[in-house]
Ligand binder design. Structure first.
Ligand SMILES: [Zn+2]
Length: 380
């Protein structure tokens, strides 16, 4: 049994308090390939915590059978700061309430940290370049000094993940179907992942903006390949954000199945021995993130949906009504919100009183939407 549990203490919490994250490590240190999986960076996205719990059990069993052939790092709760944020009894785990912003934005800019340190160090051997780049990334992150508690959390997680071949950041949406975010460099390479998880959408963006956790580790490779065109640099870290349906989809049956799917992916990619069997038929093709419409409330009121999750809509179909509780005449109280594209209703919001601009639904379309160009990041 080589499983180890590491405890990483965060810096700079308030006097009298201390927080830590746990990393469950499987396999020999430095073994390849390496996978990194973390749960609930948005700390109120509870399906991820339950899935990580079931994945830990599967990994413990595999380790006991001597089947872990690569290295796997599982962080079963990625955000102890967010896990503590209850305000008037309501859990707010998406943004740091003391002002640090969305927990899934502003991750370290690894290419900026690398600077020019790779100049003159690369060769004509892709695998050698991968090793050189990973060592440089590890060194650059190791040299950073935490500025505050949140930054220390970012550094701890980034140091655990940066040199992985595969990174999964487990999230969920409000009310949603299973879906996955990847960069285009990893499609169709990641098709088995989407198929095994039963994804109903795979959203691709080369750089969605905002420095989300997954892109922090996938995009440096495509960036460096462009920066050093004379040296072969593969896209050596497949990093994806997995949206494990909606906030309330917290059931052992779902989480066990999702953990088993992730386990099969780890088998298929060589971190765990054994035959995962063929990946099932994919339930969707990938689409561009800038073709995914974020339908927003045009006014405040009560959102009453006209379509279910998973519905196929056409441009112009009514997706929801915004009902104005202050309207004197109930006949004039309802404002229709229509789809701006043909596509699949991927998500809806769970709390139905809305203010102008709040997201009502995401519609997976196939046609690039002009308003989405130049800033494609979803509220994932
Ligand atoms: Zn999230």
């Amino acid at each position: 049994m080589t499983r180890r549990i590491e405890r990483h203490r965060l810096h700079g919490s308030t006097p009298g308090t201390a927080r830590e994250v746990i990393a469950r490590r499987y396999g020999a240190a430095g073994a390849r390939p390496k996978a990194y999986v973390q749960a609930a960076l948005h700390a109120d996205e509870t399906p991820a915590l339950l899935t990580a719990h079931h994945l830990a059990r599967l990994l413990d069993e595999a380790e006991g059978r001597g089947e872990v052939s690569g290295e796997i790092v599982l962080v079963p709760y990625a955000n102890p700061i967010g896990l503590s944020q209850f305000v008037w009894g309501r859990h707010l785990g998406r943004d740091e309430i003391s002002g640090g912003g969305n927990f899934n934005r502003n991750w370290p800019d690894i290419p900026a940290l690398l600077g020019a340190c790779l100049d003159g160090k690369l060769s004509d051997e892709p695998e050698a370049n991968v090793s050189v780049i990973r060592a440089a990334m590890n060194a650059a992150l190791a040299a950073e000094t935490p500025r505050d508690e949140l930054h220390s959390l970012r550094l701890i997680l980034a140091r655990l993940a940066a040199d992985a071949d595969l990174v999964f950041d487990l999230h969920c949406d409000d009310e949603a179907l299973m879906h996955l975010f990847l960069i285009p460099a990893h499609w169709p390479e990641g098709q088995d992942i989407a198929a095994d998880l039963g994804c109903e959408a795979v959203l691709l963006a080369a750089d969605s903006g905002g420095a989300s956790f997954d892109e922090t580790f996938s995009t440096p490779w495509t960036y460096l390949a462009e920066k050093y065109p004379d040296h072969p640099i593969p896209a050596a870290c497949l990093a994806g954000t997995v949206e494990l349906r909606g906030q309330s989809d917290v059931e052992d049956t779902l989480a066990e199945a999702d953990a088993a799917a992730l386990f099969r992916v780890l088998q298929r990619r060589g971190m765990i021995a054994g035959d995962p069997g063929p990946a099932p038929e994919p339930r969707c093709d990938a689409t561009r993130l800038d073709a995914c419409e974020v339908l927003r409330a045009p006014a405040s009121g009560v959102a009453a949906y006209a379509v279910d999750l998973g519905a196929q809509v056409r441009e112009g179909d009514i997706v929801a009504w915004i009902v104005d509780p202050a309207a004197e005449d109930p006949a004039n109280a309802r404002l229709a919100v229509r789809a701006g594209t043909d596509g699949l209703i991927l998500s809806r919001r769970d709390r139905r009183y809305v203010l102008p601009g709040m997201t009502l639904a995401k519609i997976v379309g196939t046609q690039t939407l002009p308003e989405r160009l130049g800033g494609t990041l979803l509220e994932n």
